[in-house]
Design a protein. Structure first.
Lengths: 148, 256
């Protein structure tokens, strides 16, 4: 189910914590070439009880997805400094390997065509970077709810 | 400022790939004796590539199978340099690498020569994970390995791409039967039937059979009743770093 997350949030907002019964079992893969963002998201999502793996390259993410089952993948779109949207490849490969996986795309590129490409590749949620952490958490725990 | 090294750069650096060992046991005289060891690769410590399955998937995604396999065997040959000379050491090489790199056999010979290790001490275990294989180059590489004196094994027989075509192309000296057909072989007539068919094929081809992934005494008994003499598995030993393997060698007798 497609869902465009609200884009007016800011990092650090508070929201009700997710249900620990649900969150404790979630396995997440976070993909970003920015180590600081990876660390931030890993710390935040681990703090919510998720088990978080991280990958800094498209190929590393695909290699993990080939061999491991995750509940949710959160991927940046631009995974190199060369301007390509490698995150679309992550989405395509992840969706092919795990049809039931939840896929959240983060991007600083507000391009409607790329957004559409992500949804066509199998993304469930498209969020602007930097994401509001509470909204990201909401997307992680309720990603397949209908658009509001 | 020099660019930050990529994950692949770090993997290929001197401490990026480590060789672990899992013993292979021979029961031909009724007792478990170490006949050799499979050299298994672990990637960068603390990284996602520490796991071999993720590591080799990553290498494929980076289209770096050849350089990674070349580095893997270089590290392994280095790791066995001063180990027991009477043991067989099994090195894993991807079929796709042998299909892409006709000079791979020479690379392995040269690495062995640098360390004083003759091809006769090395078994090349051929594994495969990809669908596309240059059969002509692959066959020429396997022929070259055999002519140099390496023993050829086919790994994971019965599963994935270790199929009849690979047996035909490889003409192996050793068939390593995948753990899937070993686990609970005594309780599952179908697994038993598949194992026996591979064993018969091995007899026809003149290939030794090694049962991989032995974890239960009851499976070992069934396999021994079938006449299998070589085994590998957690029942005796998990893969371990070189120093731990050296300790195990010291505490066990080996095939004389």
């Amino acid at each position: 189910m497609r869902w465009d997350a609200p884009m007016n949030g800011s990092v650090g907002e508070r929201t009700d914590p997710p249900d620990p019964e649900t969150s404790a079992s979630l396995e997440l893969l976070v993909v970003d070439d920015d180590e600081q963002i990876l660390e931030l998201l890993e710390r935040y999502l681990s703090g919510l009880g998720c088990r978080v793996a991280t990958a800094g390259e498209m190929e590393e993410a695909v290699a993990l997805l080939e061999n491991r089952r995750y509940d949710v993948v959160i991927t940046d779109l631009g995974l190199t400094r060369f301007g390509r949207a490698e995150g679309v490849d992550v989405v395509t490969r992840a969706r092919y390997r795990w049809p039931d996986l939840r896929i959240i795309v983060l991007t600083g590129i507000p391009d409607p065509q790329i957004r559409e490409a992500c949804f066509e590749a199998g993304a469930d949620v498209f969020m602007r970077k930097p994401p509001s952490l509470p909204e990201l958490a909401e997307a992680v725990f309720a990603v397949d709810r209908p658009a509001s | 400022m020099s660019p930050k090294p990529t994950l692949l750069d770090r993997l290929l650096a001197p401490d990026g790939l480590r060789t672990w060992f899992q013993p292979i046991f021979d029961f031909s005289d009724g007792q478990a004796r170490i006949r050799g060891a499979e050299c298994l690769t672990r990637g960068l410590r603390g990284s996602n590539l520490e796991s071999a399955d993720v590591l080799f998937s990553y290498a494929r995604e980076k289209r770096a199978e050849v350089v990674v396999d070349r580095t893997v065997v270089s590290r392994a040959v280095s790791a066995i340099e001063d180990l027991d000379e009477d043991l067989d050491y099994h090195l894993n090489v991807h079929a796709s690498t042998l299909g892409l790199d006709p000079s791979f056999p020479e690379h392995l010979v040269a690495e062995g020569r640098k360390r004083g290790i003759a091809p006769s001490r090395i078994t090349v275990e051929i594994v495969e994970a990809t669908a596309h294989l240059d059969q002509a180059t692959f066959s020429a590489s396997v022929d070259s390995l055999r002519e140099h004196g390496f023993t050829i094994a086919l790994d994971d027989v019965g599963l994935g791409r270790s199929n009849y075509l690979m047996i035909y192309l490889t003409r192996p000296d050793v068939l390593k039967v995948d753990r899937f057909f070993v686990d609970q072989i005594g309780r599952d007539p179908l697994r038993h039937a598949v194992f026996v068919s591979i064993q018969r094929l091995g007899e026809e081809l003149g290939a030794r059979v090694i049962a991989e992934g032995v974890e239960r005494e009851e499976d070992l008994e069934v396999l021994q009743d079938l006449g299998v003499q070589e085994f590998q598995g957690y029942l005796w030993s998990r893969p371990k770093p070189r120093e731990s393997f050296l300790g195990e060698l010291g505490s066990r007798s080996r095939v004389e």
